[in-house]
Write a protein that binds this ligand. Structure first.
Ligand SMILES: [Zn+2]
Length: 433
């Protein structure tokens, strides 16, 4: 073999080795496509988005209704029952009623009023008039008139005198209306008129279905029960539950923490609960409970995405895949808060691709696809853009680099190379003369 052939042989081997090494590096990088997509700001930002019909066939659906600056979330459960969490402001009453009627809902099995604020229970009268409600879940806040006397329909008024409880007293007419609705609601079952059951929600309250193929668990983890207190005497209070700890006059902090689990999928709701509740809730969890809160699939951002809530500590535990904030277009509180969005974007999950707001997306509905995976639809979807994935770039890069490596010619003759360089230099210098 001549020197030249020997050299060419060596060069070919080096070239093949180089192509292989680059191929392996790019190949391995494709395993981390998701992370690299996130880093480069590419990839499918609407990966979980599906058409409405797919959700219609789902045995479960969770609807974050677009009610402007407020909250109203509907859950259609696998056993055919429904849960409605909050009903937003009074002006959104028609929106909520129309939305439920469009789904041919006549009965609400579980109604949760997270707390007394008008952006959560403002349209309660309209909703209670339009539907039959079987079970009402209320906060441990006492409805009082302007002089601090419990209102006519308030059944927990006697607790006001217990100074150890430091009850939160609410004197708004909106809250009084809700309390009246709760304790006067009736529904028909088998031709018989029944009174709605009223519960005061507390840490440990569970609603579940154990029917095969319809299993789910809805569990409350806050507010915490006041130490040493036994359940209400139902004959006196017409209410199931326990007195729960007070956070003084902060109405938001009477909100519950709710975990809804169905088929390995989890949804979390915290109403307007703030930092203090999040801290107490985290401190109250045992290891088994903590495990259940790891990797929440859909987290409804606390307090409409406000910085009063959604602490780093909470987010670190739940690392949600999707975050939904219920807030109005150009709302005066500028929600979701910039700091909260940053906190969520910095989570290890690619959650920034899935941060949804009702302001931007309108009604947002989650459900299962035929293969059992979670997906969502919204009536104002982001425009579909051309999606570029890292693996596509990696393949392209590999082809280009391979062509470059193959086409680069290397020669043994150092003198010839030197001559060529000299002649090229001369040619160039002539040109510029
Ligand atoms: Zn609110």
């Amino acid at each position: 073999m001549s020197k030249r052939e020997e050299f060419n042989n060596k060069v070919s081997k080096v070239k093949i080795a180089l192509i292989l090494i680059i191929g392996v590096i790019l190949g391995v990088s494709c395993v981390f496509t998701k992370q690299i997509d996130k880093l480069l700001g590419i990839g499918d930002k609407d990966a979980g988005f599906v058409s409405g019909e797919i959700i219609e066939n789902s045995k479960l659906s969770v609807h974050y209704i677009d009610v402007g600056q407020g909250d109203s979330t509907l859950i259609c459960l696998p056993d055919g029952k429904t849960m409605l969490i909050d009903v937003s402001v009074a002006s959104a009453g028609d929106t909520v009623v129309d939305y439920l009627e469009a789904l041919e809902i006549e009965t609400i099995d579980y109604f949760v009023a997270t707390h007394s604020d008008a952006d959560h229970i403002g349209s309660v009268k309209k909703v209670f008039e339009a539907f039959e409600i079987k079970n009402v879940y209320r906060p441990f806040q006492i409805s009082v008139d302007k002089s601090g006397v419990p209102t006519t329909y308030e059944k927990l008024g006697s607790y006001i005198t217990d100074t150890t409880l430091d009850c939160n007293q609410v004197s708004t007419s909106t809250y009084a209306k809700f309390i009246e609705c709760a304790y006067t609601e009736t529904y028909k079952e088998g031709g018989v008129t029944k009174e709605a059951e009223v519960y005061c929600f507390y840490d440990g309250l569970v609603i579940e279905s154990t029917v095969q193929d319809q299993e789910y668990v809805i569990e409350f983890f806050a507010p915490l029960v006041v130490n040493g207190y036994s359940a209400f005497d139902y004959s006196l209070t017409e209410t199931y539950g326990y007195p729960t700890i007070s956070y003084g006059n902060n109405t938001n902090n009477h909100s519950p923490v709710i975990l809804f689990e169905c088929d390995q999928t989890s949804f979390m709701f915290t109403g307007d609960a703030e930092k203090e509740v999040e801290e107490d809730f985290l401190a109250s969890l045992n290891q088994a409970e903590k495990d259940r809160f790891e990797n929440i699939d859909v987290f409804q951002a606390g307090h409409h995405g406000s910085d009063t809530s959604n602490t780093q500590e909470l987010l670190n535990l739940i690392t949600p895949t999707y975050v939904v904030a219920s807030c109005g277009v150009d709302n005066r509180y500028r929600l979701p808060d910039e700091e909260v969005v940053k906190r969520i974007q910095n989570l290890p999950h690619s959650v920034n691709d899935y941060f949804l707001t009702t302001a931007e997306s309108g009604n947002i509905v989650f459900g299962f696809k035929d293969d059992g995976s979670l997906a969502y639809t919204a009536n104002k979807s982001g425009e579909k853009q051309v999606t570029i994935y890292w693996w596509e770039i990696a393949v392209g890069l590999f082809v280009v680099i391979t062509i470059i490596i193959i086409s680069v010619k290397v020669t043994t003759n150092k003198k010839a190379t030197a001559k060529r360089i000299v002649s090229t230099t001369k040619r160039v210098s002539k040109k510029f003369r």
